[in-house]
Ligand binder design. Sequence first.
Ligand code: F0G
Length: 502
Amino acid sequence: MEPYRIKAVEPIPTTTRQQRVSALDRVGYNLFGLRAEEVMIDLLTDSGTGALSAAQWAAGVAGDESYAGSRSFHRFREAVEELTSYPHILPVHQGRAAERVLFSALLVPGQITLSNTHFDTTRANVALSGCQARDLPCPRARNLHRPEPFKGDIDLDGLAAQLRGPDSSRIALVIMTLTNNGEGGQPVSMDNLARAAALCREHGVPLFLDAARFAENAYLVTQCESAYGGHSPTDVAKEAFRLADGCLMSAKKDGIVHIGGFLGLRDEALARRCELTLIATEGFPTYGGLAGRDLEMITQGLTEALDPRYLRSRAEAAAHLAALCRGTGVRLVEPPGLHALYLDAGHLLPHIAPHRFPGHALACALYVEGGIRSVELGSLYLGKEDSNGDPVVSAPYELLRLALPRRTYTRTHLDHVGQSLEAVVRNKDRVPGYRIVEDAPLLRHFRARLEPVLAGPGIVGTTGAAPDHGEGPDDRSESAQNRSRARRAVAAPPATDGRRPA
Ligand code: F0G
């Protein structure tokens, strides 16, 4: 059972299927555009969406809001240094601010960063610094469905080849993302991390941890890496931080807070350079974009996130939802991690081509069916099309992520997700694909507007005719008819077992 009971509750809004269909149309079929009250179960992200503990709220009230030298900062700094061993701790308002501050001090245009997999904001911040982000996931990660441990590892041969190769002089840093969010939330083993650290040391390249989910990674190490069987998650986490030169932390994940993060650094000169950007863009170094109460809540949250009973209940919640998903015939990235499940939408919806976004199609269908919000990690996120909507680059996999906010939803909420997925699966052949009608130059999945397109064989071709927004006679054209049929298909599949959809 969960090692906590519930003290404050928030009502879940109830919406009808028709309201959800209309909402989806209004927001251009992009779930990021929905209002929270249009969502019943929000599995969009585990970031900043967790429930605070009574101890965190209490700590927040004790926050010291002094502009400079806040008592809360010093408590926070000492706790974070004790955990990470880094003497320089710079608070920031969230993880991507840590990325911007570090990269502006460390990267020069033309350089390269290497990672087991860069998270999307990390990649964007590398690009904004005029540099190139290269991912080196381990080859085992390619087999999505095989439940091997530590598929979040970096490819050590690939790393060695890069560090010794023709571009070696341009490699500025290596980032290990724990757990590896871009590769199905899979953990990184301590063995892999230690070997990557040794390679970085040998080549004089600094190693940073993207530590957003460091506690969950540490827990999975205690469960799956034999050398760490008897260790506590805290001991494993401390050892991981000690292997690196610094960390970027989004405390919205394993700090269990609504906002916050930090940059931890060993190198004093680098810390001084980062402080300049911090002061100019985040705040004075003793608050860095946060209130004193936020710093107190993070200090407390970091301890709670490492509690083995809490971590185990989180693993069990993920395992429960994974079993429900498998029961519907949906394939998952295996084994399930802790912060999210990644559903193989490409396998479930083979009639939808990658550039018609099967992961996104599943996200929309799940929203219409059960009011559940999730996010695509496939070709909408990573792909590229030409001006006709024809594919230029497709993602390697078409996934849908169901993220699990911390301490927020109960097993019956997860049961609702399982039942909704089952209803979608029953009608999977009728789920339409999507095409982009309004793009964005960077991180397009946040802002793009889309429209449904029928993509089944014999219904309409899967190559994209240019969208036709004309009025009048054009509405009678084949593409206009297809568009209106596709819109109807979004609403179409009601539950067929006599159960009334919510
Ligand atoms: N690194 C990783 C591995 C992340 O997952 C995230 C955010 C960040 C950095 C950036 O941190 O949001 O505090 O600025 N991930 C969220 C997600 C948004 O939904 O996976 P942030």
